[in-house]
Design a protein around this ligand. Sequence first.
Ligand code: AZC
Length: 822
Amino acid sequence: MAAKKSKAKAVTSAQFQELIVKHLRSTYGTDEKKANDQAWWKATCSAVNEMIFERLTETQKSNAVNDSRAVHYLSLEFLMGRLTINNLHNVKVFDQAREALKALGKDINEICDEEPDMALGNGGLGRLAACFIDSLATLNYPAVGYGIHYEHGLFRQDIQGGRQIERPDSWREYGNPWEICRPESVQEIPLYGYVETVFGEDGQLRKVWHAGRKIKGVPWDIPVVGYEAQTVNVLRLWESKAADFFDWDVFNAGGYIDSQAEKSQAEAVSKVLYPNDETEAGKELRLIQQYFFCACSLKDIIRRYKRNHSDFSNFSKQAVIQLNDTHPTVAIPELMRILVDEEGLNWDDAWKVCNESFAYTNHTLLPEALEKWGVHLFEKVLPRHIEVIYEINRRFLEDVVEKKWPGNDEMKRRLSIIEEGESRMVRMAYLAVVGSFKTNGVAAMHSELVKEDLFPEFYELWPERFVNVTNGVTPRRWLLACNEQLAKMYDKTVGTDWPLHLDQLKGAAKLADNTKFQKEFMAIKREKKVELADEIEKLCGIKVSPDAMFNILIKRLHEYKRQHLALLHILALYRRLLENPDYDMGPQVFIFGSKAAPGYKLAKDIIYAINKVADKVNNDERIKGKLKVVFMPNYRVTLAEKLFPAGDVSLQISTAGFEASGTGNMKFALNGALTIGTMDGANVEIREEVGDENIFIFGKNCDEVKALKAEGYNPWDYYYANPELKAVLDWLDTDFFTPGKPGELSSIKNSMLDGGDPYLCLADYESFTNQYVNVDAAYRDQAKWAKMAIINSASVGKFNSDRSIEDYVERIWKLEKVLPKQ
Ligand code: AZC
């Protein structure tokens, strides 16, 4: 069915005003006089929820009636950020809400500032999941997002004395108006225990898992509102609870503490998000988290399927289950266990169902991110699943590997799902590939590397299973909602359909040479820079000029993302200015935002170094304000919404071959920033779209990186060959930036010299710093810059997450749109 525009009745601002007042009074027990901003915010949410819930019910009805095939997006992370402004836009009542609040004496932005970020994710992977569910709803595809209802999302970052301090995040401390608890769909999940082999009634041997413990999964639904769409899907997040809230026997016997211990152990499962980004968290609790949400979600999917089906022959026609990275891979043996042990299917039939239902997205090539779980841990926590995994592996090695490479034991050892060694491990990525009908990478270049470097033998076995789906971002949040001025300008220039058809921005590229258009475009950029400058002053006490070039590097802190390469460049600029106060450069501000995993020492040292360098540079009158450095604390979606529109230069400087895609690169380009970046991830495709002359590429490409490593990379060669590079590295050993405490920044230098510089900062340094001279020159020609910026913004329609979703639908999911009744 083709999607048509929503014909939902338009609400006037007067009606919206009435709704807000009604909810203030009848939902929140206050009134216009007494209400604080929290109450105003919640009443605004409840007002729009009236429209949202109606559509939610209609969507669910249509999906049930049509028995539609649906995608189930299993992800340990959904980095949603705030929902209010987005939801108001998507229901198309933003202007009415703003008017209504204004008439009630309230400013919509201040009211919406009350909303805590829903930070149930670390970085790119979690934010991608959030963009995808937005697009799925917008495109009217039946879809459910499944994840964990963490009590604490990603930690809040304070900066004290330049160092990162982690504080707990409590996003729902005072209640959250978006979520709906669904007690009717609670699930019970077994853990631990042992497996018994019994004779079934049919005389066949059967396996029975006697759980040692059970925990309860309580579903919370967050409505996911499609833009201008009738569809409202749900994000279903599972909260863990003790199966029996209270053990009365233990309690009555005087063991109150024990019964409380059981309760708190069960609740621990959904207590916190692991703050690791791209590193494996080898913890029992983490495996339980993974199993808990997969098991709850599968029960939910099967329960829904069974409403209309009496056997499993149509399961994979009705349900596709997307594994967002390896984190939910345990869903594969779990479905096998359910089908074989509980539903009585034979292994081959069950395997067919599994294999036709699962698909897997890989987000990284970093070896330390590829999950492996100890066999011992599995034996303890999921004793039946390890048996299932052994059987999957045995059949895979005997039926598939042996057939392709007869008698080749080395190949069997290499491809085995079980890694042999001192401690035996389950390779979750292999299990995911073997158990799925498709495996995809997240950008063209990355998908090639997935085939060539990560899973070459699997690619040889099943070339048809490997596909690419380049990432995208939702233009509703990353342009419409966060950059109202530019959005309005595009409305005027190309019409108002661009949030659904981002390619239409291309129409504005024709005006890239038009002086009036350029001026208007740059005036908007300046306005966003003024807003950011105010925020910087408020948060960091640093004054920056909106006329300076804003260079922004925002993403998780990781050596491969090379924030420390940017730091070397900043040090070089500072040094040039000190040596020659007339050094020819335009005023520049470097802005960082980044969280480091709490246990990642070097990443935290880099944050400290940036702050220490900032202290010195920002207060050095000799350089006359030509250079400023800012580290913005607590980078998160809400801060990102202020940063992307204000960037002139987007730093995307990972070592080629390491950043799977990147999505910040897309958000910057869309908002008219120019990229300085390596030939890595989606930068490669951005270059194709905007043209080589509108992007600043530097550094070694992926093949050159590999070649250099193969021939034996020696960072000392680069250190000695470039006096400026040597000088800035040596600077880090002195106490210039940390008075009285020499050596405080030495770990950074050491990582790039004694540590072998694994991400080739020194090898790429010269190319980077030279390319920056070109960036600076281009910026000083404002007409030229405006043209380039416009072309960037107008040319990145491809990176709309709606396009990504259509690619998934075509290449993997094969869904039909379902239009709910209006
Ligand atoms: C990230 C990749 O590093 C990034 O390049 C990509 O754009 C993003 O996924 C979305 O595909 N990976 C992660 O965030 N990985 C983890 C484990 O957090």
